[in-house]
Design a protein around this ligand. Structure first.
Ligand SMILES: NC(=O)CC[C@H](N)C(=O)O
Length: 222
């Protein structure tokens, strides 16, 4: 199986994701332009990268969610193909309706760019099996629209279904219930604001993000 990384005008973490997938999964992903209509066959993973797609105009991720390739991404997700959205990728996936809720402007208004502590809430998922239950990891964030919102009934349901993958150990951006990463109902789509691809080797200051790719890629690229 192969991986694909979707590239939008304004993506800036597409190469970082590609490097993580190539170095940890052993195979370079196919880079797929947003204007394409089709994805490669036999995909084991679709990665939607961070950045400022379409300059974050209208709302972060709103225009990218309506680009031609996202129809193919939605169809693939519905067939069970794993989809990982990081930062702007998470915003794109919520705007595309693949994940519930919305990512609003950070409560403190400012862009937040720093390492944050995350608790791994669900270690049973496809994406988080590389972590130990209750573990706290350190991964960087860099965003101005990371303030996750959903109504209380939705939040209760998401928590009850074990769909909160990662939580901020302390407040970062005003996110409801400190949600930093969220799974879809079938568990094959993960959106997360922190950047695991920016924490995969000692030169990055640590490798807590690496285990997400190790756990995930061993399964989906086999
Ligand atoms: N690093 C990123 O992906 C930035 C995400 C987004 N455009 C924001 O600033 O909220």
């Amino acid at each position: 199986m192969k991986a694909a990384v979707i590239v939008f005008p304004g993506s800036n973490c597409d190469r970082d994701l590609a490097v993580a997938i190539r170095e940890i999964g052993g195979t370079a992903p196919t880079m797929v332009w947003h204007g394409d209509s089709d994805l490669p066959d036999d995909l084991g993973l679709i990665a939607v990268p961070g950045g400022f797609s379409y300059g974050d105009y209208l709302r972060s991720g709103a225009m990218a969610a309506r680009s031609p390739i996202m129809r193919a991404v939605s169809d693939a997700a519905a067939r069970g193909v794993p989809v990982l959205g990081v930062c702007n990728g998470f915003q794109v996936l919520t705007e595309a309706g693949l994940l519930p809720g919305a990512l609003m402007r950070n409560a403190g208004i400012d862009f937040v760019c720093r390492d944050v502590a995350l608790t791994v809430d669900n270690t049973q998922s496809l994406f988080t099996s590389g972590y130990d239950a209750g573990e706290t990891i350190t991964v960087p964030v860099a965003h101005h629209d990371g303030n996750y919102f959903a109504d209380d009934a939705t939040l209760d349901r998401l928590e009850g279904e074990g769909r909160v993958a990662f939580r901020y150990a302390e407040g970062v951006n005003g996110s409801a219930r400190n949600i930093a990463g969220l799974l879809n109902a079938d568990g094959n789509v993960l959106g997360m604001m922190p950047h695991p691809e920016r924490r995969i080797e000692a030169a990055h200051g640590g490798s807590d993000g690496r285990r997400l790719f190790e756990g995930l890629l061993a399964k989906v690229l086999a």
